[in-house]
Design a protein around this ligand. Structure first.
Ligand code: ZN
Length: 306
């Protein structure tokens, strides 16, 4: 961009803008003084940011009057601007497929799952036995979440398979946007992730491959707790951000042990929570097998009924 002044006394001003999504591989020469002086970092949007981004993209579409952007934003923590734009686009496609003249809240909620978990796999046929396992697995996550006081409330549970390969999906909606999570919070989330596998253990006394992704996420979260946040205190801060190659093999072994013990403790807690609520586990899983998709309200009504 350049502007040329009408007055000879004023200098010509040339502004060069550049963007990258790989700051780690930039040539340091580019960042020397006098080159690109000012750096503006674009982080993933927070709750208010997501609401604003959704509203900007929403202008291109015809939406129902009662759209709750706040709920959509709360259900999409960690989503990028491009993913949010995609959610609206998928919502529009769904509305067109259903012969509707405007996008509804349901269209957008289904789109969150399409963008985050993959589209519904219409012709995937699950055997009754598979449906039963997936139901117990998802109710396991939801029940463990509900029984821990500070977990995000369950919004929706479904056992309709997604094209991403996920057989079921439990959607939690945070009541607030959390960037920094406490130790108790992190343990809660890991325990919720362990809930699916724990339910399979409690009911079928065996575990399926469906839990692999949960374990991966739980392990990642436990590792972050140990390496980045210095939890437990033994590792207080000295492992550094990157977490790799900056410490000895002995420390690496102790980190692995700490991660494993966190996972084991959470897995044990999840199992105990489910065992203490086994009648509800069966009742809720039966209901999910029958309905295939249930709302958070239906879930809580059954959970709180005596
Ligand atoms: Zn799971």
């Amino acid at each position: 961009i350049y502007t040329l002044s009408l007055h000879d006394a004023l200098p010509i001003c040339v502004i060069i803008l550049a963007a990258t999504n790989r700051p780690d591989v930039l040539d340091p020469a580019l960042l020397r003084p006098g080159r690109f002086d000012r750096q503006v970092r674009m982080e993933l949007p927070d709750l208010q940011g997501r609401i604003d981004i959704l509203k900007v993209h929403a202008k291109k579409y015809k939406l129902a009057a009662n759209i709750d952007f706040n709920l959509i934003a709360r259900a999409t923590a960690g989503a990028s601007g491009a993913q949010l734009a995609n959610i609206l686009n998928e919502g529009a496609l769904r509305a067109v497929r259903l012969n509707k003249s405007e996008i509804s809240q349901a269209d957008l909620e289904e789109s969150i799952e399409v963008v985050i978990a993959g589209a519904q796999k219409k012709n995937a046929i699950m055997s009754e036995a598979e449906k039963k396992i997936v139901s117990y697995h998802e109710i396991g996550h939801a029940l463990v979440a509900a029984k821990q006081s500070i977990s995000a409330p369950v919004h929706k549970i479904t056992i309709v398979p997604r094209t991403s390969g996920a057989l079921g999906y439990t959607m939690q909606v945070d009541t607030e946007d959390k960037v920094l999570i406490s130790k108790a919070d992190a343990l809660n989330r890991i325990t919720t992730l362990c809930g699916g596998r724990a339910a399979e253990e409690v009911v079928f006394n065996e575990i399926t491959t469906g839990a692999a992704n949960d374990i991966e996420q739980a392990t990642q979260m436990a590792r972050n707790m140990v390496v980045k946040y210095g939890m437990p205190e033994e590792f207080g801060g000295y492992l550094g951000e990157s977490g790799q190659a900056t410490y000895s093999a002995d420390t690496a072994r102790r980190v692995d042990e700490a991660v494993l013990s966190i996972i084991k403790e959470c897995q044990q807690n999840a199992r105990e929570l489910l065992k203490a609520n086994e009648p509800k586990l069966h009742e809720l899983a039966d209901y999910l097998i029958e309905k295939e998709t249930i709302t958070g309200e239906e879930f809580m009504t059954i959970l709180n009924a005596d």
